[in-house]
Design a protein around this ligand. Structure first.
Ligand SMILES: [Zn+2]
Length: 431
């Protein structure tokens, strides 16, 4: 299974892995965007100029040596001078990603910075965002204006009428920042299509950051029988699939599956979701956690859902781009407009931000067999179900429906079926 190991993998292998991921996620074109890593010798490994990003191989990566000489089969990216300028001004930055992802380009052409207070982890992941005025692509001046922003301490910068550039202490860190910032921008755009985005206060964000699981006690010893390992595999497979399908980003998302009784397995925080490994997943047994591991912030909620809902055997909590439009605006997603989705989802209520924190009852009092999913404002969507694949399908149906509703909103009035028609559906499919 893939694993981006920034400590042991050669820079050219790391770069190839991440550019491939960015290309497949639709965040760069065949010719656009470039990535670099500076190594311990001060040599900069960078993507080549004018080589297909869809089929890049490690041998295509170019090395710009610290003395300025160039090694490799190709010319380095024409934008490499600003990568070098960033490394010169910020020795703590070891990896740089530049691309033209569509939502951030939208912000760059209306000359605005996306407000990351729209979802809880984004402010922390992206940090404050700088703004570099327009300069000719590939010019020394462009390098100067970008380096100036990094010099001020920004790790994420909007490039006016161009795109974005982010830095990180390694490539995994830079990628997560890049993806989270684009996700924020996309959420704000989708939210603005159906309503007006609301923002979290800094206090609310701090509250989120500080509610790291009032840690459950550790169990003395842990066993991993084969049925437990099978659940690890299931969780890993679904997390990777959710990331591949654009239903989860690296910096947020929790999946759990009931094991025996009220015991379950759950994903940890602070692991890049697209790269999750079997050993990262945490076992919760008799209210205790696997020794030495930290489970998701939302572990308490998962535990309570399993205790109170014997029919629920799996839970997905995630941020997907169109459901988040409803989450950040607080607009009601009217599933009755798409009857076949309603059969899967029924009505999806909005819950206030913070209702998923430990000790809060609102979500627990709302979830039932008739309400398998809720949207948590400015946070996420929570979907429950029996088998994990079924729960994932329910999430997909919800996201597709949210996408249709969002796109429909720009066409005209969305028309739901009437109460009588809903009753007929209920009778035929749900009773
Ligand atoms: Zn560019």
């Amino acid at each position: 299974m893939r694993k981006l190991n920034t400590r042991w993998m050669h820079p050219r292998d790391q770069i190839t892995m991440i550019i491939d991921k960015i290309y497949r996620s639709g965040l760069t074109t065949t010719s656009g965007g470039n990535i670099s890593i500076i190594d311990e010798n001060g040599d900069v490994w960078v993507t080549p100029s004018a080589i297909d990003k869809g089929t890049l191989r490690p041998t295509d990566i170019v090395c710009v040596k610290s003395d300025g000489s160039i090694e490799g089969r190709h010319k380095p990216s024409s934008e490499y001078p600003f990568h070098i300028a960033i490394y010169k001004s910020r020795p703590d930055i070891k990896a740089v990603i530049h691309a033209h992802p569509p939502a951030l380009v939208s912000f760059s052409i209306v000359r605005e910075i996306p407000n990351t207070n729209v979802i809880p982890q984004a402010k922390h992941v992206c940090g404050p965002i700088g703004y570099a005025p327009y300069e000719l692509p590939g010019s020394e001046e462009l390098g100067t204006v970008i380096a100036r922003e990094f010099d001020k301490g920004f790790n994420s910068v909007i490039m006016e009428n161009h795109g974005t550039v982010v830095g990180g202490h390694d490539l995994s860190d830079a990628y997560q920042r890049f993806e989270t910032m684009e996700f924020c921008a996309r959420t704000l755009i989708n939210g603005s299509t159906i309503g007006t985005p609301n923002y979290l206060t800094d206090e609310q964000i701090n509250e989120f950051e500080s509610q790291i699981p009032r840690l459950l006690p550790e169990m003395d010893e842990v066993e991993h029988p084969s049925d437990e390992r099978a659940i690890r595999e299931q969780i890993q497979r679904i997390v990777l699939r959710a990331c591949d399908q654009g239903l989860m980003i690296s910096s947020y998302g929790t999946v759990s599956v009931r094991w025996r009784g009220n015991d379950f397995l759950i994903t940890p925080p602070n692991v890049a979701r697209w790269d999750i490994q079997l050993k990262d997943i945490v076992q919760i047994k008799d209210g205790k956690r696997e020794p030495g591991k930290v489970p998701s912030r939302s572990t308490w909620l998962h535990q309570e859902i399993y205790k109170r809902n014997p029919h629920v055997n799996s839970i997905i909590l995630t941020q997907s781009p169109y459901l988040m439009a409803y989450s950040v605006t607080g607009e009601k997603m009217d599933v009755r407009t798409i009857p076949e989705s309603w059969i899967f989802l029924q009505d999806i209520p909005n819950m206030p931000f913070g209702s998923h924190f430990a000790g809060q009852e609102a979500i627990l009092n709302t979830l039932s067999e008739n309400t398998p999913a809720v949207i948590i404002n400015n946070d996420s969507v929570l979907v429950t179900g029996d088998k994990l694949l079924g729960t994932f399908d329910r999430l997909e149906v919800a996201e597709f429906s949210a996408k249709s509703l969002t796109m429909g909103a720009s066409l005209g009035k969305l028309v739901p079926i009437n109460d009588q028609q809903v009753e007929a559906l209920r009778k035929k499919f749900l009773s």
